[in-house]
Design a protein around this ligand. Structure first.
Ligand SMILES: Cc1cc2nc3c(=O)[nH]c(=O)nc-3n(C[C@H](O)[C@H](O)[C@H](O)COP(=O)(O)OP(=O)(O)OC[C@H]3O[C@@H](n4cnc5c(N)ncnc54)[C@H](O)[C@@H]3O)c2cc1C
Length: 240
């Protein structure tokens, strides 16, 4: 799990002021951009936005859709990418497709990369299935699965050497190959994603991804993050 990575590529520099400007234009007579010098500072705008848009469940979330953050998310299993990509509103994705890449699978066979740098396997320990049945993932089982990933990488190499395209050979590799993607979101869509993917019944790895997104969100929009933490975080308060 400790290979999981979330880094910021870019973000709106004054997000809470931008939200304020959107909100302010709703009721301001004047053209708000011309009043830029009189906008409250970034921190003050955060407080105003929380009081006027978020507190009391008013549902006036449109202004939160203006500021954008672009994240690079890496080394997560393919299954996590699939789950996160189901979110369609206010998010955009560029995901490694394995149509053009595959060198790191070949590197595994040649001993240049560790199997677990390329393929994700859950940590050892006790788990529960969706029906509540408990089971243990033992060291011996996990080692068998590491061997399985290595064997699949060998088959991949064989097919590539026989002239197969990467998009054809990728069908042979284990499902939870690690994958990188770029994801952009706005303040509202990112909070919605956290609502759905940080709750207790979300898949373990998706919850880990939310944990890694969280400090970036806090740094970016601190007042809104504080409100979110108090009111929604991990509370499974879902949009309809
Ligand atoms: C615990 C869990 C298990 C899941 N299991 C599965 C599974 O087994 N298989 C599977 O395919 N999916 C599964 N999903 C995905 C789920 O069905 C949603 O597709 C996914 O969570 C995207 O969320 P969203 O619909 O809120 O989309 P977002 O893009 O995040 O949309 C934001 C909001 O916009 C509105 N909206 C978006 N699109 C529409 C629309 N077309 N019509 C009306 N309103 C819309 C809704 O209010 C929505 O909540 C699972 C999700 C969770 C959290």
């Amino acid at each position: 799990m400790n290979r999981f990575t979330v880094e910021v590529i870019s973000q709106t520099l004054n997000p809470q002021q931008v939200i304020y400007a959107g909100m302010h234009q709703d009721y301001a007579e004047e053209f708000v951009a011309h009043d830029r010098d009189r906008w409250p500072n970034e921190a003050r705008c955060g407080d105003i936005v929380v009081t006027n848009l978020l507190k009391g469940g008013r549902g006036h979330y449109g202004p939160l859709e203006h500021p954008q953050i672009v994240l690079n998310i890496g080394w997560f299993p393919h299954s996590t990418m699939q789950q996160i990509r189901t979110h369609r509103v206010g998010l955009s994705f560029d995901v490694q497709s394995f149509r053009y890449t595959g060198q790191r699978i070949l590197d595994v066979v040649e001993g240049k990369r560790d199997v677990e740098e390329v393929f994700y396997l859950r940590p050892l320990g006790f788990y529960t299935d969706r029906q509540g049945k408990k089971y243990e993932y033992t060291e011996a089982q996990r080692q068998q699965d590491v061997d399985w990933c290595l064997e699949a990488s060998r088959r991949y190499q064989e097919r590539i050497q026989q002239g197969f395209s990467e998009e054809h050979a990728r069908g042979l590799i284990p499902f939870d190959i690690r994958q990188h993607w770029v994801m952009s979101a706005n303040v509202r869509s990112l909070m919605h994603l956290l609502d759905l993917r940080w709750k207790a019944d979300a898949q373990l790895e998706a919850q880990k991804m939310c944990e890694l997104i969280w400090p970036h969100f806090q740094d970016w929009v601190p007042a809104i993050a504080a409100w979110y933490e108090e009111n929604r975080m991990k509370k499974a308060r879902l949009a309809p």
